[in-house]
Design a protein around this ligand. Structure first.
Ligand SMILES: Cc1cc2nc3c(=O)[nH]c(=O)nc-3n(C[C@H](O)[C@H](O)[C@H](O)COP(=O)(O)OP(=O)(O)OC[C@H]3O[C@@H](n4cnc5c(N)ncnc54)[C@H](O)[C@@H]3O)c2cc1C
Length: 419
């Protein structure tokens, strides 16, 4: 009787908390935090999510929407910031919509990608079936996810690290919390991965990624990727008066302004615009894992492997992991998630390898840019495959042959004004 009643009581408390928080009830924040505390003590979660970053919150929301009792814990205080290019690709936007996150609130849409080097560029729009991507401040995205998690009745513990995963559940704030499933959403350096005995991921060479916002009117509704021998700079429009610039490089550290100076087209566009945030940097690189599930533990987001941030796929992949994992919970079979995880990562991993291979070779970059410009359908087809609108086999042999012909036929002395 008590076992049946407690989860229900806990849901009622969750709803009360959400109401008091978002409808400005007269209960005040003190009452709400007491209710949350009470609910936390009463609950026996089905799922504990370790890490309340964007992907952990998405996983918590997805599981809750399937009717599970979910606890999410993070060692940090929301809203949680992190160095990020702040672009969410169309598949990520669709996943957020399925989770009920109001993605259009405070975000700027972008409709495709432009590659640029030394004044030459090619661009393509996302296929209509894929929809658009969004540029969104990481802090704002986190706020939206926290609000949605509260709304659906996820119990959150902030500023409380999980200190162990054991046979019955996890350890949190000196208390053993038993649960059916543990989700490791604790980022690149996941400790859950280690505690649960997973093999460490295989890593490819890592780079440094820096990002900074500038007060400048976006000059495009595409995400721009600027290439040169130093690395890449990505421009994401994040607001009507703001752009986010990220630079990815394997070169030793140098100040952000100096790095941007290596991309004269961006410097010209910024035209002395003031920074709107401080510079933040983090490691970027691809890593992959053969297995991301054990009997009771599933890894998700960066904890389960990652692709180089240049692909702009990290968040989108994580949000899709979240949906797939919740479905596996419902089927009571984590093997389904393992299969889905592999499928979700396949295309971004290939794309990351291709982009880094080409990026490291100046002659190949210029040939590629030329061939993409000459065979204009090719970039659109590749982009469609990248965002999962169709399979790479949909690229017709005639188009592929034309692209390869241009790739090998280019004379570097020819005019290179492509767009
Ligand atoms: C420079 C740069 C630019 C990028 N640009 C983009 C981009 O434009 N688009 C894109 O899609 N992706 C981008 N990425 C990748 C993207 O940022 C990551 O894929 C994404 O942050 C992964 O989210 P996550 O929730 O899995 O992990 P994280 O965001 O790392 O969250 C992990 C959370 O776990 C918490 N945690 C850790 N240990 C514990 C513990 N023991 N107990 C409780 N909590 C714990 C941490 O506090 C943290 O909040 C970029 C990455 C970099 C480095």
């Amino acid at each position: 009787m008590a076992r049946r009643l407690l989860p229900r009581l806990s849901v009622v408390f969750g709803k009360l908390c959400a109401l008091s928080k978002y409808n400005d009830f007269s209960m005040g924040s003190g009452s709400c935090s007491e209710l949350i505390l009470l609910r936390w003590w009463l609950m026996t979660p089905d799922v504990v999510v370790v890490g309340g970053g964007p992907v952990g919150l998405a996983a918590a929301i997805a599981a809750r929407l399937r009717g599970l009792e979910v606890l999410v814990a993070d060692r940090a205080q929301p809203p949680i910031d992190k160095p990020c290019g702040e672009g969410v690709m169309p598949e990520g936007v669709s996943a957020l919509r399925l989770l009920g996150v109001p993605v259009d609130d405070g975000a700027l849409p972008f409709y495709g990608i432009r590659f640029t080097e030394s004044g030459s560029s090619v661009e393509a729009c996302f296929p209509a079936v894929a929809g658009h991507g969004i540029g969104i401040r990481r802090l704002h995205l986190h706020r939206l996810l926290v609000a949605r998690a509260d709304e659906v009745g996820v119990v959150s513990r902030w500023r409380e690290p999980i200190t162990a995963v054991n046979r019955s559940g996890v350890e949190l704030a000196g208390r053993n919390v038993p649960c059916r499933w543990v989700v490791g959403a604790d980022g690149r350096e996941s400790r859950v991965r280690r505690w649960a005995g997973f093999r460490p991921p295989s890593n490819v060479p890592r780079r440094i990624g820096f990002r900074q916002h500038f007060r400048a009117r976006p000059w495009t509704d595409l995400v721009e990727v600027h290439w040169n021998n130093l690395g890449q700079a990505v421009v994401t429009p994040t607001a009507s008066d703001e752009v986010c610039i990220s630079v990815f490089t394997s070169e030793p550290l140098s100040p952000m302004v100096k790095l941007i100076d290596h991309f004269p087209e961006i410097s010209r566009r910024l035209n002395g615009a003031l920074p709107a945030s401080s510079v933040r940097g983090a490691i970027s690189g691809s890593s992959s894992m053969r297995s991301v599930v054990s009997e009771r533990v599933a890894l998700i987001g960066d904890a389960s492997g990652s692709v180089d941030a240049l692909t702009g796929e990290g968040l989108s992949m994580g949000f899709r992991h979240a949906l797939a994992l919740a479905e596996a919970f419902e089927r009571n079979n984590l093997a389904h998630y393992q299969v889905a995880h592999h499928q979700i990562g396949r295309m971004p991993e290939r794309m990351a390898r291709l982009m880094l291979f080409v990026g490291a070779r100046a002659w190949l970059r210029r040939r590629m840019l030329h061939a993409l410009a000459a065979q204009s359908q090719m970039f659109g087809l590749m982009l469609g495959a990248h965002v999962g609108a169709w399979s790479p086999t949909a690229i017709r042999p005639r188009v592929l042959a034309g692209f390869v012909r241009h790739l090998f036929a280019w004379n570097p002395l020819e005019d290179t004004e492509f767009v």
